[in-house]
Design a protein around this ligand. Sequence first.
Ligand SMILES: Nc1ncnc2c1ncn2[C@@H]1O[C@H](COP(=O)(O)OP(=O)(O)O)[C@@H](O)[C@H]1O
Ligand SMILES: [Mg+2]
Length: 389
Amino acid sequence: MDAQPDPRPQDGSPVETRKPRVAVVFGGRSSEHAISCSTAGSVLQAIDRDRYDVVPIGITTEGRWVLESGDPSRLAITSAEALPAVDGSRLPVALANDEGGGELVARDPAPAATGGAESLGEIDVVFPLLHGPWGEDGTIQGLLEMAGVRYVGAGVLASAVGMDKHYMKIVLQAHGLPVLPYTVVTSRQWELDRGAVHESVGSLGYPVFVKPCRGGSSMGISKVHGPEDLDAAIEEARHHDPKVLVEVTAEDGREIECGVLQGFGSNPPDASVVAEITVEGHEFYDFAAKYLPEERTRLDVPADLPEAVVKRVQDLSVQAFEALSCEGLARVDFFLLPDDRLVINELNTMPGFTPTSMFPRLWAASGLDYPALVDRLVQLALHRDTGLR
Ligand SMILES: Nc1ncnc2c1ncn2[C@@H]1O[C@H](COP(=O)(O)OP(=O)(O)O)[C@@H](O)[C@H]1O
Ligand SMILES: [Mg+2]
């Protein structure tokens, strides 16, 4: 793995004594609000307070930004009934663009004391721990670009492409990378000609997987065994996104995942060890199998695979990272088919990030523990400018 470059100025200018201020942003408007809170709890616990000033910022499910307490214990997922959420009654904050830099401003609800707004100081880097739409999809990245604030992870384009399973496949295919055959059902097609939709799905061959194009955490996804269940599955997916992807099933495919981290400077990205997920008691890796503590999902890190397969997964992961112009981090998910073919299922630009999530476990098994991983991501972001610089 790369050594981190010396962050001190090399031109004799004075060394900045203030610690970099990192805003950890979490929650958000997507259905993955709770997962994001739980990830933030872990990052807030692990980030090195001797090196960074940390400001926890929650985004409520309605989209309001507040200064959160960041109490890690309040943010953990303990059961399906009591999912963590951002506390909307806390002090509202906003990101102000001040002379090309981002400043965080608290909007005091009792304006007499402060004149309405009080600066919480300049933000050096934002860690957007947001999954799904309005976070992992380029929207907050666009906001931060406009404000000129550095941030962890993929930029606007890679985030948007990585969020949209339709365009992700188009880009991967254009780079010669293997994906499963699919068809897309737009709102207009669904409303105008369901017969044609049935015909094109039928030609893929059942069973198929029906997914919202811009979803995550397995929400809105169904495995459909025959045409009689197709309409209900499409309607379910449409609750999450009016654009729906229908895909051939990777029958008896093994689920294989690999982490990628950007290199410093012009160094190439690093691929982690490779892992396998085995789901018991569920038809596929659904929300419960992913997140609920009592489920019997097995994560083998590293996976028991021949070395040549591991190498191919790692190569394809780095190629996928570069095909989408990713930055910072990504997790690339595969199916290993019974005939030994590998296909890329998806790439996540902000993968689940608690210490027990796959991405940090992949890196821990590759020699980079959780605090070091958080640190590398913040450092990568600090060494990169916004815009086209
Ligand atoms: N084509 C497929 N064949 C077999 N299983 C699939 C297929 N697509 C998705 N799955 C199952 O559904 C899970 C979630 O699908 P995925 O496309 O990864 O969506 P998400 O973005 O919600 O994670 C996968 O981890 C896998 O278990
Ligand atoms: Mg997935």
